[in-house]
Design a protein around this ligand. Structure first.
Ligand SMILES: *Cc1c(COP(=O)(O)O)cnc(C)c1O
Length: 384
């Protein structure tokens, strides 16, 4: 195949769901475009159904939902929050903003998730919470981690940016933590450009979360007629998603089943199509432990080393396929060193996988011809 004759297959391309443009028009024509409008309520309801969460509050991003969780924790300076090093900076930044110390724990070599066996050694008398990230939407060992949090009196929080629609032993991701954060950034399975949600599974947190999301005011209660004026009652910020973006999100969530079945089809074509090549070349494919149903958020391969990873990405680019690496471990980042601390034993697994990982194009509109082209391009690379 002469790749120069073909358009490059992008790493990601947004899917336009059936009602998306109609809903956007409806939201604009309604002439009330601020947050907590009719589409916000519709989107939150669907989200609660998918995740089984007690209450979903739409936010401007997953980053902001995590910031809300940090305020709800009432963190004091030097309190500690345990999290994986192998994650997006927002997971740590949200807690560092409140003066807390992110404590970075290594990941499991099979799922790249927070290694549950290493958490206990990272706990001190300053530890307040554990934040898990279900990498690629493949669940962390939630029974062990929830039990450990219970035993040590720690709050469990899920950064569920990858995990919408995933489950562990039949229970949806986002329903395990007392709080969970979702992302609707352009790169996620369901998107509205920039957006997120805070899921609350502890009813005791809802009233304060509403205040924090509304600039520290009791405006939500005022709109429900529960108070006769709204006032500044707590700290907070401007975390409401515009109803225009919520209209786009509503349509995406209504098409969730369709989006997911398209993404799963691509994921399993890769997984089967690359099995032999992976074995022959010493490349690892994602591991799905028993009891995990994953939402096909991303498809990754672990090449044997950094040199092969870089050569592989270059090879795919020449074949017209845009592939990319992923997280640089936070404990090795400048701000990670400044605001965080690494757990005893360091994070050697995170450091190793960060150098070896490649993500392949995965989006709902990637058709069979495109998938076949990606598989061909991968198979024409020989590990040296
Ligand atoms: C995408 C992502 C975020 C940030 O999401 P935003 O909505 O862009 O703030 C946080 N954590 C993880 C694990 C992510 O993948």
């Amino acid at each position: 195949m002469n790749a120069t004759d073909l358009k490059t297959i992008p790493f990601n391309r947004t899917h336009i769901s059936v009602n998306e443009l109609d809903y956007l028009g409806e939201a604009v024509r309604r002439r009330s475009t601020c947050g907590d409008g009719p589409f916000t309520r519709r989107a939150a309801e669907i989200l609660e159904k998918i995740t089984g969460a007690g209450q979903a509050l739409l936010t401007t991003s997953c980053t902001h939902a995590l910031e809300m969780s940090a305020i709800l924790l009432d963190l004091q300076a030097d309190d500690e929050v345990i999290m994986p090093s192998f994650t997006f900076m927002s997971t740590a930044n949200a807690y560092a903003l409140r003066g807390a110390v992110p404590v970075f724990v290594d990941c499991r070599p099979d799922t790249l998730n927070l290694d549950e066996r290493l958490i206990e050694a990272a706990i001190t008398d300053r530890t307040r919470a554990v934040v898990v990230v279900h990498y690629a939407g493949i669940a962390c060992a939630m029974e062990e981690i929830a039990e450990l949090c219970d035993r040590h009196g720690l709050t469990l929080i899920e950064d569920n940016a990858h995990g919408l629609g995933g489950s562990y032993r039949g229970r949806p991701l986002g329903s395990f933590g007392s709080m969970a954060a979702q992302s609707f950034h352009e790169t996620k399975n369901v998107q509205c450009g920039e957006g997120g949600a805070l899921l609350l599974n502890d009813a005791g947190l809802v009233a304060r979360a509403e205040v924090i999301r509304e600039k520290g005011s009791d405006r939500s209660r005022f709109f429900r007629g529960q108070v006769d004026k709204y006032r500044w009652v707590d700290i907070g910020s401007s975390y409401l998603l515009s109803d225009v973006l919520a209209s786009q999100l509503t349509s995406q969530l209504e098409s969730f089943h369709d989006i997911q079945s398209r993404r799963h089809a691509v994921w399993y074509r890769y997984h089967e199509g690359l099995a032999d090549w992976a074995i022959e070349n010493g490349v690892s494919r994602p591991a799905i432990p028993d009891g995990c149903a994953h939402p096909a958020h991303l498809y990754y391969l672990l090449l044997p080393d950094l040199e092969n990873r870089q050569a592989f990405i270059g090879h795919l680019r020449r074949e017209g396929v845009q592939a990319t690496f992923h997280y640089q471990p936070l404990h090795t980042a400048p701000a990670g060193a400044r605001f965080g601390r690494v757990a005893p034993g360091g994070c050697p697994v995170a450091e190793r996988v960060a150098d070896r990982l490649v993500r392949l194009p995965l989006f709902a509109d990637l058709d069979e011809t495109g998938v076949a082209r990606v598989i061909d391009a991968v198979q024409s690379y020989e590990v040296s």
